[in-house]
Ligand binder design. Structure first.
Ligand code: ADP
Ligand code: TRP
Length: 320
């Protein structure tokens, strides 16, 4: 069987958190044989207005990706805006896309409800995302659940284009990292817009404080506790292997095990997982030129592929 091509993007709009890690990044690190991972900086312009913050966030996402194991020798790691072909491809796709399709997007309505300026770009966001995906003949898009609708819309746009102009675009599939969204400190979905995140690169006292602030019920130490309704257990289970998870479940059910103990166990397992990555991250942030060089190399690879696909699409619709 031919290798499947993976592609995904992360917006540089704030600290990456455990929801991003388990929903998206972990799958990216596990699938690098024919992969394109990028920093969605054009998309971030819909929310980030401070140019310095945007520059900082771009490097931060790149350093986080590299520190967590994206290997630039295997995956093309690049900035979305270094491949301007996607904006042209977006126009070709928008020309065959009805307003009704975009009007159904949940993310536009959610973001508008959260007070984000409902710009034309925010509305057209799924068309740019479709261009990102289709520009690389992508097979699989590893994302969290909130992005599934966007991948489905991408398939719709590709099918419309193919129906008019022939078999130009490959239809992608999504793949979820976790069946349900990762919860935040308050038990709702973890999201930067809800201020309930645990950043991947948090550490030391700040991380301990965050973990200690996870909401639990007020059962006393002696009483048995229900792992299946506890956010601390939910986090622990994401990091743990099966034996560790079952041992923790038994401690919850056995009583005489407090939420404070469970939180310390979570802190430890999280430090074990991310300790080495934090060191690599610190190194990369101290050497931004290394990061910028790797991003440029990734963009060169990505651009060659995107130019080929854009050429195909232009010829198909008569723009040759
Ligand atoms: P946020 O909601 O914090 O703004 P993004 O929308 O930038 O996060 O998400 C980047 C990637 O991480 C997407 O693939 C998204 O589906 C995934 N993701 C974000 N939050 C979660 C979560 N709580 N659980 C699982 N995946 C998530
Ligand atoms: N919309 C995605 C998010 O907010 C980021 C993104 C942009 C993306 N283009 C993409 C994800 C293409 C997957 C594929 O998380």
């Amino acid at each position: 069987m031919p290798i499947k091509r993976y592609l995904s993007g992360l917006q540089p709009s704030g600290d990456l958190h455990l929801g991003n890690y388990f929903g998206a990044i972990r799958q990216h690190v596990a699938n690098q044989d024919d992969a394109f991972y990028f920093i969605a900086d054009y998309h971030a312009l819909t929310t980030v207005r401070d140019p310095e913050a945007l520059r900082r966030n771009i490097r931060d996402v790149a350093a986080t990706y590299l520190a967590l194991g994206i290997d630039p020798a295997r995956s093309a790691l690049f900035r979305q805006s270094d491949v301007p072909e996607v904006t042209e491809l977006m126009w070709l796709l928008m020309s065959v896309t009805g307003m009704g399709l975009l009007e159904r997007a949940h993310s536009y309505k959610d973001k508008k409800a959260h007070g984000i300026l409902p710009s034309v770009a925010l509305f057209a966001y799924p068309a740019l995302m479709a261009a990102d995906i289709l520009a690389y003949d992508t097979d699989v898009v590893p994302v969290g659940k909130d992005q599934v609708q966007h991948v489905e819309m991408t398939r719709d746009m590709a099918q419309h284009f193919n129906a008019f102009y022939g078999d130009v675009f490959k239809l992608p599939e999504f793949r979820l990292g976790t069946p349900e969204p990762v919860p935040g400190l308050d038990g709702q979905k973890m999201s930067k817009s809800y201020g309930n995140t645990i950043p991947i690169m948090a550490r030391g006292k700040a991380l301990k404080q965050l973990i200690m602030s996870i909401k639990t019920d007020s059962k006393p130490l002696e009483e048995p506790k229900n792992p299946d309704t506890c956010t601390v257990f939910a986090f622990y289970a994401l990091f743990a292997d099966e034996a560790q998870r079952e041992a923790m479940r038994a401690r919850y059910l056995g009583g005489n095990y407090g939420y404070g103990h469970a939180k310390l166990a979570l802190l430890e397992i999280m430090n074990d997982r991310f300790g080495p990555a934090r060191e690599r991250y610190d190194h990369l942030l101290a050497h931004p030129d290394e990061v910028d060089d790797l991003l440029r190399q990734g963009a060169t690879r990505a651009r060659t592929v995107a130019q080929g696909v854009l050429g195909r699409a232009r010829r198909a619709c008569g723009l040759d």
